[in-house]
Design a protein around this ligand. Structure first.
Ligand code: CA
Ligand code: CA
Ligand code: CA
Length: 319
């Protein structure tokens, strides 16, 4: 489809080094996930303390029969996707790799926790979002992908993300898809949440395209948006066991969540903040993101895995 050379995240190069080891749980907080999809089923998280379908809350976490996660929209334990958005997001993070099916997610061997709070029309309430984040943190998700948002500031949503931070949980969030005619806006001037919450566990993501330009729809912000990642014509999993393309900062965000999860799998001794710093500091500077994001850079998986790219270089030590 054209484009410029190396406008990608160098995933194939990174995969020669490492492809994941299932030690990181990534919550997809979204419209649900088609957990039966053949490209996703092997990489779904399941609640180890819960017996399916017996009507009993076996692990005493407050939720009966929550096996793959929970559905806060319908208040039931089945987070099946009745939209398409969450399934597409999940595949980018962790569709099974090297299985002869469809695509490879960024992390070939991970654990995806499905948490639904958005309905079949793609919308939901802040109250359900708060419950979703709380569930993710309390049930062992090390990070979450949050390809959703809106304008109003919610102190209660801020508070639960702050709680997540205190528990070491990384919160990856989309910068948003522009104004009512689809042109990206400056989140520094017009805040967008939850990506705009000023908490150091929040990683706010803009979308780039195959020309390493910022997507026309992508919101941006020199202080409020951290990094860019591919978000135009992204091939991933779809309900019905299929695959297809979607575009949006929603598609860019799971690239970052996938990379964060792979870094955590690769270097389990890193602190949550070190994992974030490593990914942000090792991204590729590109002109299109200068002055409109904190890092001015587009995600790079290979650089994120190379230990020498972490932090300030020590004098005399060559990378
Ligand atoms: Ca339970
Ligand atoms: Ca049960
Ligand atoms: Ca696959």
């Amino acid at each position: 489809s054209g484009g410029v050379i190396d406008a990608d995240i160098d995933a194939p190069e990174a995969w020669t080094e490492f492809t994941g080891n299932r030690s990181t749980v990534v919550a997809v907080i979204d419209t649900g996930v088609e957990y039966t999809h053949p490209d996703l089923l092997p990489n779904m998280w399941t609640n180890p303390g819960e017996t399916p379908g017996d009507g009993i809350d076996n692990d005493n976490n407050g939720y009966v029969d929550d096996v793959y996660g929970y559905d806060f929209f319908n208040n039931d334990p089945d987070p099946m996707d009745d939209h398409r958005h969450g399934t597409h997001v999940a595949g980018t993070i962790g569709a099974k790799g090297n299985d002869g099916i469809g695509i490879a997610g960024i992390n070939w061997d991970t654990q995806i926790m499905a948490i639904k709070f958005l309905g079949a029309d793609g919308s939901g309430t802040t109250a359900d979002a708060i419950a979703a984040v709380q569930y993710a943190v309390d049930n062992g998700a090390h990070m979450s992908n949050n390809s959703w948002g809106g304008d109003p500031y919610s102190q209660a949503l801020y508070d639960v993300i702050e709680y997540a931070r205190d528990e070491g949980h990384l919160f990856v969030a989309a910068s948003g898809n522009g104004d009512f005619i689809g042109f990206g806006i400056d989140n520094d001037a017009t805040p967008f949440y939850p990506s705009g919450y000023d908490l150091d566990n929040v990683v706010a993501v803009a979308a780039t395209d195959r020309n390493d330009q910022i997507a026309v729809f992508s919101n941006y912000g020199q202080t409020s948006v951290d990094i860019g990642a591919p978000g135009v014509d992204i091939l991933s999993t779809l309900p019905g066991g299929g695959h297809g393309n979607s575009s949006g900062t929603s598609m860019a965000t799971p690239h970052v969540a996938g990379v964060l999860s792979l870094v955590r799998d690769f270097e389990p001794t890193l602190s949550p903040q070190q994992i974030i710093d490593k990914v942000l500091l090792s991204a590729d500077p590109i002109n299109a993101l200068q002055g409109v994001t904190v890092t001015g850079a587009r995600l790079n998986l290979l650089s994120s895995l190379v230990p020498d790219t972490f932090g300030p270089q020590v004098a005399g030590v060559q990378p």
